[in-house]
Design a binder for this molecule. Structure first.
Ligand code: SF4
Length: 281
């Protein structure tokens, strides 16, 4: 049976989600900060982690942005195939929700209309919207305000299949070294393996939505996550590049089938402001 949803319903939901994501880091992220504080040996990084914890708690209490960079609004819509939308165009409703959220929430507007002429749209729109058709009659909406500093350091390559898992590790580690403190560590590192160029970067980014501490269900990729986390944390980059033993809070690797000639790898960095909020209707 078809369930009808008026797209108007999505506007206040998305407005609330972008505000909530920018104001409130999840308990999962806060626990990871606290774990990093316990582990860290560098006095500079340790002190900065304490500031990050205090800052996150204050932002949540006062309902203000936990970082000045409130990012590109990345919105995921997982749409049940039994849903029919009525009303205004779905993407227009999403953008209206983002616009309202950024205005009402005093969130910085960071989007320029054209990458070359650099005029700010003043609304933080358009959002980057990913739609996926899933089973059922529900819609899951996830807002991920994605910070510019970490996004700028993302990488992609296509390895030859013979380079295998060691080639993947080397590319990820080299990407982390190149990013250094610019991706605002301690980071969550999203790695996509396989697919096409677009699919590979898509799964790298979406892996950032997984909770810190979760693992890929495939034991080969779960082991790769563990090995990469250990290697990354030996690089000594530390919180905001100030040295130490915690450069990443976690590494998430997801994979997708790919062509026989290729081994695509993408790395998408999530800075310490790991923000996302979701609601299912
Ligand atoms: S990359 Fe992240 S932590 Fe750094 S300024 Fe941007 S949102 Fe803030």
């Amino acid at each position: 049976m078809v369930r009808v949803i008026n797209t108007e319903e999505l506007i206040p939901i998305i407005s609330d989600l972008v505000k909530k994501a920018c104001y409130e880091l999840s308990e999962n992220v806060l626990e990871a900060y606290k774990g990093a504080f316990e582990k860290e040996v560098s006095p500079y990084s340790k002190e900065t982690l304490k500031l990050l914890i205090d800052n996150a708690e204050y932002a949540k209490k006062e309902q203000i942005a936990c970082c000045h960079d409130t990012g590109t609004a990345v919105i995921y819509l997982e749409i049940g195939q039994d849903v029919k939308f009525e009303g205004e165009y779905l993407i227009d409703a999403v953008n209206e929700g983002v616009k309202r959220g950024y205005e009402e929430g005093y969130l910085r507007k960071s989007i320029v209309a054209d990458p070359l002429n650099r005029v700010n749209t003043e609304t933080n729109t358009p959002a980057v919207v990913h739609t996926e058709i899933v089973k059922g009659d529900k819609v899951k909406i996830t807002a991920m305000p994605k910070g510019g500093g970490s996004e700028n350091m993302g990488t992609f390559t296509t390895l030859t299949p013979g380079e295998g898992i060691e080639g993947v590790k080397k590319f990820v580690i080299d990407s982390v070294k190149k990013a250094g403190g610019k991706a605002c560590p301690p980071m969550i590192i999203g790695v996509g393996v396989g697919g096409t160029m677009d699919k590979c970067t898509e799964i790298a980014k979406k892996s950032l939505l997984r909770p810190i501490g979760s693992h890929n269900e495939n034991p080969i990729y779960a082991k790769l996550e563990e090995d990469l986390l250990e290697e990354v944390n030996k690089l000594g980059i530390g919180t905001l590049g100030m040295g130490g033993v915690v450069t990443a809070l976690d590494v998430h690797v997801d994979y997708f089938p790919c062509h026989i000639t290729a081994l695509p790898v993408a790395v998408n960095f999530q800075c310490h402001a790991s923000r996302h909020a979701c609601k299912t209707i």
